[in-house]
Design a protein around this ligand. Structure first.
Ligand code: BGC
Length: 861
């Protein structure tokens, strides 16, 4: 067997990403196949750098995930080629293919550019017309390479000589702009020509000064001016570097974008557009001087995660001519993105496109969008071509079109699905097609909401980085996509906001939203703020990235310290300013916090959980004193919890599904007898509810686990496979293509929940995917990064088969089981570099190394 490492990767970056921010990038690789007993005992890394030539570094050990950079640190702009070879026994393997890394601008002094902006006056009471910037420059004949480093206040998109630079969308994304501003790096070598060239930059309001949040016109959150900071660096064949910086020599002009807002949509007048505007010979008569703005105060940082891109295009499944001048397009799937349209109207035609998540009685419903107009408008110039809005994004399945005269053909319009371009990692399938659709819908929920930051919803005037939503959904998310780089970026913002706000805020990046002031003036909120501990814990479990844990450690500790202070001497968290089991089905539409379970119980249970998880993180970091302290704290909280909420006989003061589920899964019962009685009570409650769900954001992620742990697996299956309201499959039965915010976003009487907060694309209730992966299919990491894998399928319900696969950091692991007359057939695949325990439902556990293994479990009685 030919052993050869593959997929050499730097940090958490996608293949070929240039402009990374790590001077000593950690390396990972996978070993696709090796003989059964083979183990990596050493590895060699060959690093080729212009300064030092080729060097080979040999390291003894079995590590292959995020191993330290073996060479001296890289410098700004430096490129290195790397390949890896591994040894098990005496023989070295073949070399991997070369992988390349290129570092971005590491030091502030690398930036010679200035932040520039249009200088005309603007009125912030209105939607402002964004400008464009341009500059002509001369390039020598022998270009070896050219890079564009690009960022700005607001959103930026560059063109060189009439051609768009790169394929990234909504650059630079949304970070805590006052602290961290990301820049993007593009290879623009092929776009330059010897002689005169031009660069142009489109500007958009974006998160910088556009509307963010709801309740009032909440604009200018970071500033009133939008502008670009960009640096074009051209290296010739002798290594000489020519820099074209953004500076006072650029010119500015309003462009054909009349207005653009993330919520509002974009209005584009093609009559004002000259495609040549970013070419050297364009007549820039009338273009004004730019203003050089004060230097960017924030740290300029390279991306940790992937950029937003157009990921795929959806064709309309239906184009409905309403005969009244309106067309309704149905793309068959709720998603986030924008349209790409044919522009073949008559000069002056105004075509409008309003986006909606659902139709009711055949008509689009806009109320759930609240004040987000989600309307794009295109004013035709009589020319044929294609157009997409640049600086807006919508959450929708349907689009209402007006102003389209003549037939509308499938070739006239597609929807471009946009989100952060994370790698797909995990899949699930079963013999119940409804569960497969549930899985798929939750995955679409992730795809719609992982748009540079993890948002709550993609459609209405909100789209904030709500901390609780991603906290509960993270285990599911981490299985289906590689979200580590993406979330690691967001966690850094969480840490900086935590410092400024004084505690972990409910949404990150944090901007003041006056209507929510009650929420942000108080301390940490259970379920939400716990993300500071629980998210690094989840990410570590799935990725093995201890560096990430190290980076977040102070934030996690300081969060828990704040909870300790809040709880005080009795260690019980007060109900004040808690969101509790947010949105359980009993909560009235206008008060989602008025759920059945006591807020103190939810918050104190979470206090114990976070203390336990932080102890584990401290232990992994070798912080043993901390670990012991947090373990003791966790024990004390558990005792306080039992004293306050557990009644004799295994009942709780909150006799609710969520109460029992949290107590069971967080191991808060004082002893086994209580645990048993509590589990029985939980099953009793579920049965009395006809196997419908009674949980909100706090209880939903743990309800199926609690039934499983308590010995009521059959009830867990019945709950999941039930399609009566309220349940997951009720949503699916009602046609959900993404999961809803509320169990009754669409009510059983067919009406839309008229609460002002009703989304059809939230992922929190999709947290049940974790149970589908770990219990139905039965695959979970047993050691960080899946170094040890636990396969423990627990068939049940009406299922006759199920399978899941996941691309672990070591390569693909999978499990498939089929129920037959002979028992349960189980096939697993264990990647090289890992080992697995296969705990079968017949009570037998097998320990196996890498490779494919099959088992038959006797489950016939
Ligand atoms: C969001 C949530 C969020 C909640 C907390 C809502 O408006 O959509 O998902 O977690 O508020 O208050």
């Amino acid at each position: 067997m030919n052993i050869r490492p593959e997929s050499v990767r730097f940090e958490n970056h996608e293949d070929g990403r240039i402009g990374t921010g790590e001077a000593s990038p950690r390396l990972s690789w996978i070993i696709p196949e090796a003989p059964p007993a083979w183990k990596q005992e050493a590895y060699a890394v060959e690093v080729v750098r212009e300064s030092t030539g080729a060097q080979r570094f040999v390291v003894t050990g079995s590590e292959q995930v995020l191993v330290p950079w073996p060479d001296a640190a890289l410098r700004s702009r430096e490129r290195a080629r790397v390949r890896v070879q591994v040894r098990g026994g005496a023989v070295w393997s073949a070399w991997s293919a070369w992988a390349e890394v290129e570092v971005g601008l590491l030091d502030r002094s690398d930036w010679v550019s200035q932040l520039i902006a249009p200088s005309w006056p603007e009125d912030s009471a209105e939607l402002r017309r964004p400008g464009r910037l341009r500059k002509v420059f001369t390039v020598p004949a022998d270009i070896a390479s050219a890079r564009l480093y690009l960022t700005g206040h607001g959103l930026v998109e560059a063109e060189i000589n009439g051609t768009r630079v790169g394929d990234e969308q909504l650059t630079p994304g949304w970070t805590s702009y006052s602290h961290r501003l990301r820049y993007a790096t593009f290879d623009v070598t092929p776009q330059l020509i010897a002689g005169d060239n031009a660069i142009g930059v489109w500007l958009g309001d974006g998160w910088w000064r556009g509307q963010v949040g709801f309740g009032s016109r909440n604009v200018d959150n970071y500033g009133t001016r939008i502008g670009a900071l960009c640096q074009l660096e051209i290296t010739d064949s002798t290594g000489e570097r020519l820099i074209v910086p953004s500076d006072g020599s650029w010119r500015a002009s309003p462009g054909p974008i009349i207005s653009s807002g993330l919520y509002e949509g974009e209005r584009f007048d093609a009559r004002l557009h000259d495609m040549q505007w970013s070419c050297a010979d364009f007549d820039q008569e009338g273009w004004a001087a730019v203003e050089v703005l004060p230097p960017v105060a924030a740290r300029l940082v390279a991306p940790d995660g992937p950029p937003i891109r157009v990921i795929e295009e959806l064709q309309p499944v239906r184009i409905d001519d309403r005969g009244d001048g309106r067309w309704i397009l149905d793309f068959g799937q709720n998603h986030s993105g924008r349209l790409r349209l044919r522009t073949n109207g008559h000069r002056g035609d105004i075509r409008t496109f309003r986006h909606a998540e659902i139709l009711l009685n055949g008509e689009p419903v806009y109320e759930p969008l609240r004040d987000a107009h989600a309307t794009d408008a295109f004013i035709c110039n009589g020319e044929d071509g294609y157009w997409s809005p640049r600086f807006t994004i919508h959450g929708y399945r349907f689009v209402e079109v007006q102003g389209w005269y003549g037939p509308m053909l499938p070739s006239d319009v597609v929807s471009q699905v946009m989100h952060s371009d994370m790698e797909r990692r995990g899949w699930f399938s079963s013999s119940d097609a409804r569960l497969n659709r549930l899985h798929e819908s939750a995955v679409w929920g992730l795809r719609s909401n992982f748009v540079d930051i993890p948002t709550d919803c993609p459609q209405r005037d909100e789209r904030l980085g709500w901390t609780g939503d991603v906290q509960v959904f993270a285990p599911a998310a981490t299985f289906v996509y590689d979200v580590v780089g993406f979330l690691q970026s967001w966690l850094q913002d969480l840490a900086v906001e935590q410092e400024t706000v004084g505690h972990v805020p409910l949404w990150v990046p944090f901007v003041q939203i006056p209507i929510l002031s009650d929420y942000f003036e108080v301390g940490p909120t259970a379920v939400w703020s716990d993300v500071a501990v629980l998210l690094p814990h989840t990410l570590y479990k799935y990725s093995g990235d201890l560096g990430l844990v190290r980076r977040q450690y102070e934030s996690a500790k300081s969060f828990l310290g704040a909870v300790e202070t809040l709880a005080g001497a009795d260690l019980i968290c007060p109900a004040f300013a808690q969101l509790g089991d947010w949105l359980d089905p009993a909560a009235p539409p206008d008060d989602p916090t008025a759920a059945l379970t006591e807020k103190e119980l939810v918050a104190t249970a979470y206090f114990a959980r976070s203390a336990e998880r932080l102890a584990e993180l401290a232990h992994s970091l070798g912080e043993f004193t901390d670990a012991a302290r947090y373990r003791r704290l966790r024990e004390r909280v558990a005792v306080a919890y039992a004293g306050r909420f557990v009644l004799p006989g295994g009942l709780l003061t909150s006799d609710t599904q969520t109460g029992y589920a949290l107590t069971t899964v967080f191991h808060l019962w004082p002893d086994a007898a209580h645990a048993q009685a509590g589990a029985k009570r939980l099953a009793g409650l579920i049965r009395a509810a006809g196997w419908t769900v009674g949980t909100g954001f706090a209880g939903t992620p743990v309800i199926a686990d609690a039934l499983t742990l308590g010995g009521y697996l059959a009830d867990a299956y019945r709950l999941l496979q039930n399609d009566q309201f309220p349940s997951w499959l009720y949503m699916i039965k009602s046609g959900a293509t993404t999961l809803w915010e509320r169990w009754d976003s669409l009510r059983p009487d067919g009406a839309i929940n008229d609460a002002s907060m009703t989304s059809f694309n939230h992922y929190a209730l999709g947290s049940v995917l974790d149970w589908m992966h770990t219990t139905i299919a039965g695959i979970a990491p047993a050691a960080p990064g899946f170094r040890r894998i636990r396969f423990a399928p627990r068939p049940g319900g009406t299922l006759t088969s199920a399978s899941a696969r996941h691309r672990t950091p070591y390569g693909e692991a999978s499990i498939a089981w089929v129920d037959s007359d002979h028992g349960l057939h189980v096939d697993v695949r264990v990647p090289v570099g890992t080992e697995a325990e296969v705990a079968l439902p017949d009570g037998i556990t097998h320990f196996v190394g890498h490779g494919r293994h099959s088992f038959l479990a006797d489950t016939r009685n």
